[in-house]
Design a protein around this ligand. Structure first.
Ligand SMILES: [Mg+2]
Ligand SMILES: [Zn+2]
Length: 128
């Protein structure tokens, strides 16, 4: 897929159709969730499917613990970012093992607003 960059130019895909990195106006890179899930699938699914959901869930919880520690210990933004990345990687890994397209699931559940009240800015009483 060819996509337009922020200056209106066209970016060529790299590494086939696996990953799409977009440089935004601040020079930072972004990654599409669906591309990320596919990337993780290509890199690791041969091991992940063998390990199964239970072992994968333990890895996810371990990374959640590392994220909690990084926040609690006041680690640098770079360190915290790495832990968020680990949590996302293991979450999409679990989704891969369970054959869930996370991007699709997110869109289905949250794409039309709050699942509780249907508003784009939540007005639910029970989650202040
Ligand atoms: Mg980690
Ligand atoms: Zn709501």
């Amino acid at each position: 897929m060819i996509i337009a960059d922020s200056t209106g130019g066209l970016l060529k895909p790299w590494r086939a159709d696996m990953v799409r990195h977009i440089r935004d106006h601040t020079g930072q890179t972004q990654m599409d969730l669906q591309d990320f899930q596919q990337l993780i699938d290509k890199m690791y699914s041969h091991k992940d499917r063998q390990r199964g959901s239970e072992g994968t869930f333990l890895w996810l919880m371990e990374e959640m613990g590392e994220l909690a520690a990084a926040i609690a210990e006041g680690k640098s933004q770079a360190d915290k970012g790495e832990e968020f990345a680990d949590v996302m990687a293991w979450l999409v890994t679990l989704a891969n093992v369970e054959n869930i397209d996370l991007s699709e699931a997110l869109h289905a559940k949250y794409g039309q607003g709050c699942p509780g009240c249907g508003k784009m800015v939540c007005l639910c009483e029970e989650k202040p």
